[in-house]
Design a protein around this ligand. Structure first.
Ligand SMILES: C[S@@+](CC[C@H](N)C(=O)[O-])C[C@H]1O[C@@H](n2cnc3c(N)ncnc32)[C@H](O)[C@@H]1O
Length: 306
């Protein structure tokens, strides 16, 4: 309903916000009273409401966390949790049972929710993509393929750092639509709709896999890496960016269980990621720095296709 957008220019009474959003006035009043308790708005002297600094983070008309908040509370991310016991009994994710679809196929069938999800992915990726671009030399590549690359946040930064390179962004058809709309620049980018478990674009000299392997079980991860290996030219690079499991308390433990429930994937240790790459045939596997994320359980691992 974009309530926060209607408060962006200054305080409004509940009646004014109700008129602007088409809300039921007394229900909206109760809702805003709760939002005030959570610090999203503050009550003004005339009984209206003003946005707080946190509230501005939910606006749709500025870079914000709105997409992320909608996506993590949407059915695609929440309904599968209704059947955690089934996951624990079978070891299978619940999305197939719940929706009759794989997790990412669910978003293909629910474009509005998928759009929020893509906006959320973009905002959550900006800082890390900047960190990768600041730490890794993209300028030596001619063709950079971002596999499962929507919404294109990393590819955009890689291409900015490699002015002579062209990019290929492969993703599922619905996700490609969001990438076309959300990427800051689509110059030098070819969008390819497809399933990376079938095939990936051939003869690129860098393949990016950012936050992809964690969604896949070991068999699927191996199949994707085999596809990348078969498609890649000898001497080309593969860059894996992923959260990694450590023994320290952190969000990755929750993320690991989330992957288990939603898609059947898992957050792997650095050694497990390296082993997957080695099993696929890659050589010269090495960790690369990730500026600004030194204390975060995230890794950038480069591997070479011999
Ligand atoms: C966790 S998101 C990561 C997106 C992006 N790489 C990033 O880090 O911001 C996973 C992406 O993989 C895509 N994806 C999932 N399964 C796929 C498949 N079988 N073929 C192609 N793309 C797929 C999803 O649509 C989604 O865009």
């Amino acid at each position: 309903m974009k309530i926060t957008d209607h408060l962006a220019d200054g305080p409004r009474t509940v009646a004014e916000v109700a008129r602007a959003t088409g809300a039921h006035e007394s229900s909206l009043a109760r809702y805003l009273r709760l939002c005030a308790m959570h610090g999203l708005v503050t009550k003004t002297d005339n009984g209206g409401y003003a946005l707080t600094e946190v509230g501005h983070l939910l606006r749709s008309d500025v870079p914000s966390l709105r997409g992320f908040v909608i996506a993590v509370n949407g059915p695609g991310m929440t309904r599968c949790w209704e059947d955690v016991p089934a996951v624990l009994r079978t070891g299978e994710p619940t999305s197939r049972e719940k929706w009759g679809l794989e997790h990412w196929q669910y978003y293909e069938e629910h474009p509005e929710e998928a759009r929020s999800h893509a906006e959320g992915l973009h905002m959550m990726s900006v800082e890390m993509a900047d960190g990768i671009a600041a730490s890794y030399d993209f300028s030596r590549f001619v063709t950079i393929a971002d596999i499962g690359g929507s919404p294109g946040t990393l590819l955009a930064r890689a291409l900015r750092a490699a002015p002579k390179a062209r990019g290929i962004l492969l993703d599922l058809p619905g996700a490609i639509i969001h990438a076309r709309e959300l990427m800051e620049s689509t110059e030098r980018v070819e969008f390819v709709s497809g399933d990376f478990l079938d095939t990936v674009p051939a003869d690129c000299d860098l393949y990016l896999l950012k936050h992809i392997l964690l969604d896949l079980d070991d068999d699927r991860a191996a199949r994707l890496l085999e596809n990348c290996y078969k498609a890649a030219a000898p001497g080309s690079s593969l860059l894996v960016v992923d959260w990694v499991m450590t023994s320290e308390p952190s969000f990755v433990h929750a993320m690991d269980v989330e992957c288990m429930v939603l898609s059947g994937g898992r957050v792997r240790t650095t050694d497990e990621l390296i082993a997957l790459l080695a099993d696929a045939g890659y050589t010269r596997i090495a960790e690369r720095p990730l500026q600004g994320f030194e204390r975060v359980p995230a890794r950038v691992i480069e591997a070479v296709r011999p």
